[in-house]
Ligand binder design. Structure first.
Ligand code: AHR
Length: 319
């Protein structure tokens, strides 16, 4: 009898647990990959925030391939998750899979990067940085930097640019914002511009090619992220030049690696792009499930860190 009672009690308890688990919101998240320090911090932020919010996270790493992201989203649809979020590696080519999600009545949140689709009803909200503004900030800092101003007063300023992943929102927008400011400064010349795919290895490789082609003529490197700038710093040093002095460097993200390079005098400025989107994303997922209407665009607040501020700011950095 006692044994029977115990069995019944255990069954009741287990059913309770199963029901509690049923109520958990399931979020399918398709991440781009692990191409940069920024991306690693972004992944961590999402995983930590999901655990803290009690959200059941199905996480998939696409290794920087759009086809893998599409596969992951299709699998989330098949698993009937409550919400899908993803950081699209490139802007275009998402209509078919987003239409499938909409047909399955699964809301989609864009995290970090935007998509270029005609029908805006295919996604509910886009949270992340204003990449065009980041490009503008990098350019504005550059034209105001005393040594570069002095150079510009005498003649041309020769710039090389390391672009992010071809077709990605940050690469397109950061180029656009930078060029927009440069239009008012015709003697700032972007002589070479090539993709370094947001990675250190590619940043180094492309910078080597820039140095081979332009040599000591290069005054400025504008890199669409810190990782490429850090790779390029290595190439500059190997070419016998001093990064931060012979070549002024401005990049985007403001990750810890960039602060270290700034404190060593090798990087002149990093424009902030925050990867800490996890808590905001989990809140949005909960709000959606509670029937609230999300703002279509949630913009992340960010700053600019010239090298002179690096030592003071470094202890406060969270990524
Ligand atoms: O989409 C954000 C960008 O992607 C970051 O600037 C870059 O470091 C990352 O890989």
């Amino acid at each position: 009898m006692k044994k029977l009672m115990l069995t019944i009690a255990a069954a009741v308890l287990l059913t309770g647990i199963a029901h509690a688990d049923d109520k958990k919101i399931t979020l399918g998240f398709s991440q781009i990959g692990a191409e940069s320090e920024w991306r690693t911090a972004n992944t961590q932020s999402i995983k930590d925030a999901a655990a803290k919010a009690g959200i059941n996270l199905k996480f998939s790493d696409a290794q920087q391939k759009q086809e893998n992201q599409i596969k992951a989203i299709r699998s989330f649809i098949a698993q009937k998750v409550d919400v899908i979020a993803f950081s699209p590696v490139v802007e275009t080519g998402w209509e078919p899979v987003l239409r499938e999600a909409k047909a399955a009545k699964i809301p989609v949140i864009l995290s970090d990067r935007a998509v270029d689709v005609k029908d805006d009803s295919l996604w509910v909200s886009f949270m992340g940085s204003d990449f065009v503004e980041e490009g503008r900030r990098a350019a504005k800092w550059l034209v105001g930097y005393a040594p570069i101003k002095a150079l510009a007063a005498k003649g041309d300023v020769v710039i090389v640019e390391l672009q992010g992943t071809v077709g990605s929102a940050p690469a397109i927008d950061r180029k656009k914002g930078f060029e927009e400011v440069m239009k008012a400064h015709p003697n700032y010349k972007i002589v070479r511009s090539q993709t370094g795919d947001f990675t250190r290895a590619k940043g180094k490789e492309v910078m080597e090619a820039f140095l081979k082609a332009e040599g000591k003529k290069i005054n400025v490197l504008y890199a669409h992220n810190d990782d490429m700038a850090i790779g390029a710093i290595q190439a500059i040093e190997e070419a016998g030049l001093k990064p931060g002095k012979d070549i002024v460097i401005v990049s985007i993200d403001a990750v810890k690696g960039a602060f270290e390079a700034m404190m060593a005098g090798k990087l002149n400025c990093s424009v902030e792009c925050s990867p800490l989107l996890g808590p905001q994303l989990m809140q949005a997922v909960k709000d959606l499930k509670a029937g609230k209407v999300l703002p279509k665009r949630i913009v992340t607040e960010e700053g600019v860190f010239p090298m002179e501020t690096a030592a003071k700011e470094f202890p406060n950095r969270k990524y």
